[in-house]
Ligand binder design. Structure first.
Ligand code: PEP
Ligand code: MN
Length: 476
């Protein structure tokens, strides 16, 4: 049986704080790996439950439940990401910052799937290559926080909301509740079940193309440009139908993979299974909570629990790379999580901010190239570009997001590398959380429909516009 971490009193929150002295190399992970070996490492963002026995029971329940995804699917995604790393495909990843259990509705899942599919058509047109789609969905329930408490207007200090897998947004639900671990599994399962059934029932069938409304685009020149992209796409589909080239499955169905930040290691461990590799038959450790999980920028310490857990799983994994990452540190991290330098196993999700990307990205690209690692380079133009509006509302400027993206594309090109993908926080709903874009949202519009419980997301129109602009850069 898998050893449960919570009963070990030695791993109190205090004992888990990392003390990384940059002058002495940390004792990095290299020994024997097991699904529980992370438990002896210092862990950031750890969760402390009041009733350890209830938590243990929840984790035991998770251990008994069936995998949400299979090795065949995971290996198929790995093969696709290898093509991305080699420049033969593009990676689109997007979804909410914090997915809520309440987002598990047909309407919201449909809206997000439709948006990701439309964006992927635009990107296929832009790059003339296939697009691999990964949703931040069906499990994106655990959030790292810069501060573990928040100050309310009445002066009270309460625990921060850490995602539906840990605690609830209402103030009276802020104590970590282990029952949420099992709830997270069932909401993931319901979401994934609906995604799978919709896709196998023709949701993505391009014989019935989606509506493309561009009425909101205020600037005539942009509107004309976007309309001509939509026309090219619909013409191409019509042409294929006419000549009978649409009989293959590619116009009738698509792959959509799931992902989340693998932050809550107790949860991830419970869904880690020893299963047969579909090609070799060899037993390997798969994280079966999602096809792809990533390490956040706050939990990527070389000697930390998260890096230790991630180095042992077969899934393709992501690593968030913020401005504090040193060139040599990045290479050491790659050596730990991917010692055999397997192509496309690792996706580096860079998120520096529009004013830092030109300063930090070139060093990272050169260091990785010299190391011999071949990664997927993905740009997350969201997390380095968060600011407060004058009224104190967390927002992001569409222009800053596009600026980081276009700089990343240019820097890669100049260095003989290639930006292989984008990572966006978005929603299919018409929210007002990010400002700018062709709807012309401003700070004073933020209160109209601001519904995120964590970071501000692109709305459906802003996200589609981002895809149009990225497609344009690749066509240039
Ligand atoms: C996120 O992706 O929501 C997130 C917290 O990102 P990062 O780890 O890059 O800050
Ligand atoms: Mn976020």
């Amino acid at each position: 049986p898998v050893q449960l971490p919570l009963s070990d009193g030695a791993k109190s929150a205090a004992a888990r704080t990392t003390s990384s002295d940059p002058s002495s190399p940390p004792a990095v992970s290299s020994g024997e790996w097991s699904p529980t070996s992370w438990q002896s490492k210092p862990m950031r963002q750890s969760v402390k439950y009041n009733d350890v026995r209830v938590a243990e029971r929840a984790l035991q329940k998770l251990e008994s439940l069936p995998p949400l995804v299979t090795p065949v699917e995971i290996q198929r995604l790995r093969a696709s990401l290898k093509e991305v790393a080699l420049g033969n495909a593009f990676l689109l990843q997007g979804g909410d910052c914090a997915e809520l259990f309440d987002y598990c509705t047909a309407q919201q899942i449909d809206a997000k799937m439709k948006l990701l599919l439309q964006m992927s058509l635009v990107l296929i047109w832009g790059g003339n290559i296939p697009v691999v789609r990964i949703a931040r969905m069906a499990g994106q329930f655990a959030k790292p926080r810069s501060s573990l408490t928040e100050k309310l207007e009445d002066g009270r200090e309460v625990p921060s909301f850490r995602g539906d897998n840990i605690n609830g947004y209402p103030i009276e639900e802020r104590t970590p509740d282990p029952k949420r671990l099992v709830d997270a599994y069932f909401h993931s399962a319901a979401t994934l079940n609906y995604v799978r059934s919709q896709l196998s029932s023709g949701f993505a069938d391009l014989h019935h193309p989606f509506e493309w409304t561009l009425a909101h685009v205020q600037d005539d020149e942009s509107k004309e440009r976007y309309q001509s992209i939509v026309d090219s796409i619909t013409d191409a589909i019509r042409f294929m139908r006419t000549i009978g080239a649409d009989t293959s499955s590619s116009l009738g169905s698509v792959d959509l993979y799931t992902s989340h930040e693998g932050m809550l290691l107790e949860y991830e461990q419970s869904l880690t299974r020893h299963l047969k590799d579909p090609t070799t038959g060899q037993l390997k450790w798969y994280n079966t909570s999602a096809h792809f999980i990533w390490i956040g920028d706050r939990t990527r310490q070389l000697d930390g629990a998260h890096v230790e857990y991630f180095r042992g799983i077969e899934n393709p994994i992501g690593i968030k790379v913020g401005p504090s990452m040193e060139d040599a540190e990045l290479v050491r991290l790659l050596d730990i999580v991917n010692p055999n330098k397997e192509i496309g196993k690792i996706t580096l999700i860079t998120r520096y901010g529009c004013d830092k990307v030109a300063g930090k990205l070139p060093g990272h690209i050169k260091a990785v190239a010299e190391s011999g690692h071949v990664v997927v380079w993905q740009c997350d133009p969201m997390h380095g570009n968060t600011r407060s509006s004058e009224a104190g509302v967390k927002t992001r400027q569409f222009g800053s997001i596009i600026s980081e993206l276009s700089t990343a594309i240019r820097v890669h090109k100049e260095l003989g590398s290639r930006l292989g993908g984008v990572h966006l926080e978005l929603t299919g709903e018409n929210v007002t959380e990010c400002v700018g874009g062709s709807q012309g949202l401003t700070d004073k519009d933020l209160s109209l429909n601001y519904t995120t419980y964590c970071d501000p997301r692109l709305n459906n129109k802003q996200a589609l516009e981002a895809a149009f602009l990225i497609a344009g850069y690749y066509r240039e």
